[in-house]
Design a protein around this ligand. Structure first.
Ligand code: ATP
Length: 290
């Protein structure tokens, strides 16, 4: 069969509130998540033996731990469990454009793209609901990418309500080339949860109207900022350059600024890129996919 290509978008969290911790150690969230027009491209080739991943990004594993490989294995185990002929082989080539360990969900998106692509390729043996349930076993953000549209997430981020009330925004993303471990951020958040309880209770979101001034809040930001003070600096710069709001996405370290005017976002991107002091940052301009 011919190899085929699929695109895996990034995401940002427009707000992310940590609402509690479960006995099993997972944190419960309330988050508004939106896909972005910044994509990894995956080329899938069904055939041969075993699951092979090819990716030239140094931060992405090419072994069985790659989230795209894990989701392919899970799909095959589920769909081909007791069938002959034997499980097919698969080669996945990942052209990585989404920065790694950046809070933009790149690994989870690759995993979801593989689940959706294989399900289509093999004639949709699994319902979307079943695919999402498989995705949860790979990572909390995977069901969101299977849905592929703005959503309010609760639970550990896996319970999703589509959110249709966003207005168009262009995001200017600044990745300061600092990979952040999500596990580290959650471990250190525990210390702050009690301190910030008052602040937590002040969040009013009616489930409909997203307001940049009021609702752009990320409980993980102060934690990541402790280790990477550059986050505060980027936020300040984005606001000084006219962003309507600026915040870290997910567990970081990417900071996004929201612009109503795409041209303005592009010119600010050029200005920040040209500044000699910011040479180790990577910048992207991407529309929210609403
Ligand atoms: P999140 O916002 O979901 O926490 P992130 O952007 O912080 O995501 P990812 O880029 O998804 O983080 O990668 C996190 C880790 O997963 C990295 O340490 C990376 O080595 C590993 N990983 C495994 N598979 C992939 C993949 N296909 N793409 C990117 N990273 C992967």
């Amino acid at each position: 069969m011919e190899p085929f290509r699929v695109k895996a978008p990034a995401k940002i969290n427009l707000f992310l509130r940590v609402t509690g911790k479960r006995p099993d150690g997972y944190h419960e969230l309330y988050s508004l998540i939106c896909p972005l027009a910044l994509y990894d491209t995956l080329t899938l080739n069904v055939g041969g033996k075993g699951i092979v991943v090819i990716c030239d990004h140094p931060g992405v594993p090419e072994d069985a731990s790659n989230l795209a490989a894990r989701s392919a294995r899970l799909f095959f185990e589920t769909v081909f469990a007791d069938k002959a002929p034997p499980v097919p082989g698969l080669t996945i080539h990942i052209d990585k454009k989404i920065p790694v360990g950046a809070g933009l969900g790149g690994g989870s998106s690759d995993a979801a793209a593989v689940l959706k692509a294989l399900n289509n390729y093999f004639g949709q043996p699994l319902s979307t609901q079943k695919l999402m349930a498989l995705g949860t076993r790979i990572g909390a953000d995977v069901p969101f990418f299977i849905l592929g549209a703005p959503a309010l997430a609760t639970g550990i981020g896996d319970r999703l309500d589509p959110f249709a009330h966003l207005t168009p925004w262009t995001a200017l993303l600044v990745y300061p080339n600092e990979a952040v471990s999500t596990a580290w951020v959650y471990k250190n958040l525990n210390l702050r949860l009690t301190k910030d309880e008052k602040k937590l209770s002040k969040f009013h979101f009616d489930g409909r109207f997203f307001n940049v001034d009021e609702h752009l809040v990320n409980d993980l930001e102060p934690v990541t900022e402790m280790a990477f003070p550059v986050i505060k600096k980027i936020k300040r710069l984005l606001l000084e350059h006219g962003a309507a709001g600026a915040m870290m996405s997910g567990s970081g370290s990417t900071v996004f600024g929201l612009f109503a005017d795409a041209e303005r976002a592009i010119s600010v991107c050029t200005a920040l890129r040209d500044n000699q002091l910011n040479q180790n940052w990577t910048l992207y301009v991407a529309d929210l996919l609403i």
